[in-house]
Design a protein around this ligand. Structure first.
Ligand code: SF4
Ligand code: SF4
Length: 663
């Protein structure tokens, strides 16, 4: 007899039973497992329990049986994911142990307690989901409840030591239901299956460990922690850290080779600090190409390009050309708003950065606004209009609702907190309803597409099966006047039935698996595609069905690229913080950080639990302490001084033209 279990659940059984049996029962009795289930035999399960020193009566586990399992797919996964075949390469970062009635994880020279009670619902609240979260004070792993109240979604947890924490989780319960309806399961960390063995509950075992439910889609490679700005809200740059972290090219190469082991298409974001402070940046980019990285993204505030331009425009253009020719595909650039108040980082420099990019052929820029409620949420509409105005070089806008760091009072958090739902609603309002909320879809929408193609071709596809609460996306066509001025946005969801098409992909995928004539299904899919397009609502000149057909048929990145050049991509990703932390999300994360010790760690573990991941490891690999002077090339004081250029900027027609109609 076989049973279906979820890997995380097995581990949480371990965690909760070891701590308090009662919590386990409360925690799991109503769970509907919607994560990627896999099958293990009763024998393997008993072995797992034996490993964890748990003795149980079998009856209790009936409550954990997964009710909805796609058997065919599951059996295929079974071959790849047998618990006994876990691939181990590096030592686990943590150790789980029990002391008396309490359980702990030992990690990064810290002892972190595990477990607590499940919070109850209060009057007027309705339950949505159980998960696990963290105490914002001591990082204790806690059971948590996600619930609805007055049309919004909240998360609540209770730390035995630091009390109850309640946080806004999603700003609109209807949108929450809409996004969760696109749920899709993941496939684990690619060929490598795991970088470290299983030694502690998630998220104290990164990574990737065998519990991880996704492979890397975009890997961040930190090339320096030096920065030429000192933004008041940033804790990451060298002076604040107290040391300089700047790995050699060979160490960076090792990190990339670790990523390569997953066997998926490699996309890397070069990040910092400010990567352009490294003089050998072109060599780093070349090394990435040598290692077979397909997509290279440069994360920058762009100030270096403007500073060079102020000194000598030709030098700035030549620098940008050098980076592009070395292999940069996309510039991922901070842009927090159109006004100087909202965008303290690079408002004044943006016109010059754009000028440099235009003249150097750097035509794939993604603007990245970090959204803070009382700072720039009121500018989301203008940000999109600004992107539309610069559509010749701007491919997309990726909004990032703020991730709150440090100890903040509830009232302070409420002043700043923005969720994806709030941003989507603000965009709808500030574009006069041109981009309605129902035209958005979460990231796993892409996984449905990938699994359909995989079913037809039998070859593994890149699969973005993130948690639906992590991100959302939209594509909008920008309608322009004859003189090129943007007039309005037309989102794909207004002329394409995104929900109907997702349901169709789910249905057909199952049919294809049972069918021998797989290619015929592909043909049928292409014919059926037209049923989901409302031709009369489609913008003139957009060959949407042709583009979609070539994406499906050729699975072509060029075709996808073509879509990008016709339209504006609007993405959102809400990186978590200790207040709204949902372990189910990080376990399905596909945005990774490559660590110098060879591990690959999910973004929301690396940056949110920074004391045990980012800072702990980077300090070990530091190049120099900040008070060591005279180290050539490691001067943290290379700060940009705007005041030198501001009087000239204010009078410059280039600056004025860039923001005409915006400020
Ligand atoms: S986040 Fe992923 S890699 Fe980290 S402990 Fe959880 S499952 Fe393992
Ligand atoms: S980085 Fe954070 S928000 Fe993004 S996919 Fe990973 S867990 Fe989700």
């Amino acid at each position: 007899m076989g049973l279906f279990w979820d890997r995380q659940t097995i581990y949480q059984i371990y965690m909760n039973i070891s701590v308090k049996n009662k919590i386990f029962i409360n925690y799991h009795k109503k769970i509907k497992l919607n994560t990627d289930p896999f099958k293990i035999s009763v024998q393997s399960f008993i072995l797992a329990l034996a490993k964890f020193k748990i003795s149980v009566s079998s009856g209790r586990y009936k409550i954990l049986a997964v009710t909805k399992v796609d058997r065919v797919e599951n059996d295929r996964k079974l071959n790849r994911m047998r618990i006994e075949n876990i691939y181990k390469t590096l030592p686990s970062p943590s150790r789980f142990y029990v002391e008396g009635d309490n359980a702990y994880v030992e990690i990064a020279e810290r002892k972190i307690p595990i477990g607590g009670v499940m919070p109850k619902l209060k009057k007027g609240e309705s339950h949505l989901h159980y998960t696990t979260s963290l105490c914002p004070v001591c990082m204790r792993l806690l059971p948590a409840r996600i619930f609805e109240r007055d049309g919004k979604v909240y998360i609540r947890k209770i730390c035995p030591e630091h009390g109850e924490f309640e946080e806004l989780y999603y700003g609109d319960s209807k949108l929450y239901t809409h996004m969760m309806s696109f749920e899709e399961t993941g496939k684990g960390p690619g060929k490598i299956k795991a970088y470290v063995g299983l030694s502690a509950p998630c998220p104290f075992n990164c990574g990737f460990c065998p519990m991880h439910e996704n492979h890397t889609a975009l890997a961040n490679l930190v090339v320096t922690n030096r920065c030429n700005l000192s933004c008041y809200y940033c804790f990451f740059y060298a002076e604040r850290a107290g040391y300089i972290y700047e790995p050699s090219i060979e160490l960076l190469r090792y990190q990339v080779r670790q990523l390569k082991k997953q066997g998926v298409t490699m996309a890397i974001q070069i990040t910092g600090g400010e990567p352009t402070l490294r003089n050998d940046l072109p060599d780093i980019i070349k090394m990435l190409r040598e290692e077979g990285v397909k997509h290279i993204q440069l994360n920058t505030a762009g100030v270096k390009f403007a500073e060079l331009y102020f000194k000598d425009p030709e030098e700035a253009i030549s620098y940008s050309k050098t980076l592009r020719e070395a292999g940069v595909n996309t510039v991922y650039m901070s842009f927090d708003g159109v006004s100087p108040k909202a965008n303290i980082k690079n408002h004044w420099e943006i016109p010059y950065i754009f000028e440099v990019f235009r003249k150097s052929g750097m035509t794939s820029v993604v603007l990245v606004p970090v959204l803070i409620k009382n700072m720039n949420l009121h500018e989301v509409g203008k940000i999109l209009k600004f992107a539309a105005k610069n559509l010749d070089i701007v491919r997309g806008v990726n909004f990032q609702p703020v991730s709150l760091t440090g100890q903040l009072k509830k009232s302070e958090r409420e002043q700043m907190r923005v969720t994806i739902a709030d941003a989507i609603k603000a965009i709808e309002e500030q574009t006069d309803g041109q981009i309605p909320r129902e035209t958005w879809a979460p990231i796993p929408y892409a996984a449905k597409f990938a699994k359909f193609i995989e079913a037809v071709t039998g070859t593994e596809q890149f699969c973005m099966s993130n948690h639906p609460m992590c991100g959302a996306a939209n594509y909008v066509y920008v309608e322009k006047a004859p003189d090129g001025t943007p007039i309005r946005f037309i989102p794909i969801g207004s002329f394409f039935d995104i929900k109907g098409f997702a349901e169709y992909l789910d249905r057909e995928r199952i049919n294809i698996m049972d069918s021998r004539a797989k290619k015929l299904h592909l043909l049928k899919g292409i014919i059926d595609l037209r049923k989901f397009i409302y031709k009369e609502k489609m913008p003139k000149g957009l060959k949407f069905s042709k583009l979609l057909t070539s994406i499906i048929l050729k699975r072509s990145y060029d075709a996808l690229g073509q879509l990008h050049y016709n339209m504006l991509f609007i993405g959102m990703m809400h990186f978590m913080d200790m207040y709204n932390y949902d372990v189910e999300r990080v376990r399905r994360c596909n945005i990774s950080y490559l660590m110098p010790d060879g591990r690959v760690v999910p973004f929301c573990a690396f940056n949110v639990m920074e004391s045990i991941y980012r800072d702990y490891v980077q300090k070990k690999y530091k190049k120099a302490d900040i008070n060591v002077s005279g180290l050539k090339g490691f001067n943290p004081g290379e700060k940009y001084d705007r005041s030198k250029y501001l009087p000239k900027i204010l009078k410059d027609p280039l600056y004025r033209e860039a923001y005409k109609g915006f400020i």
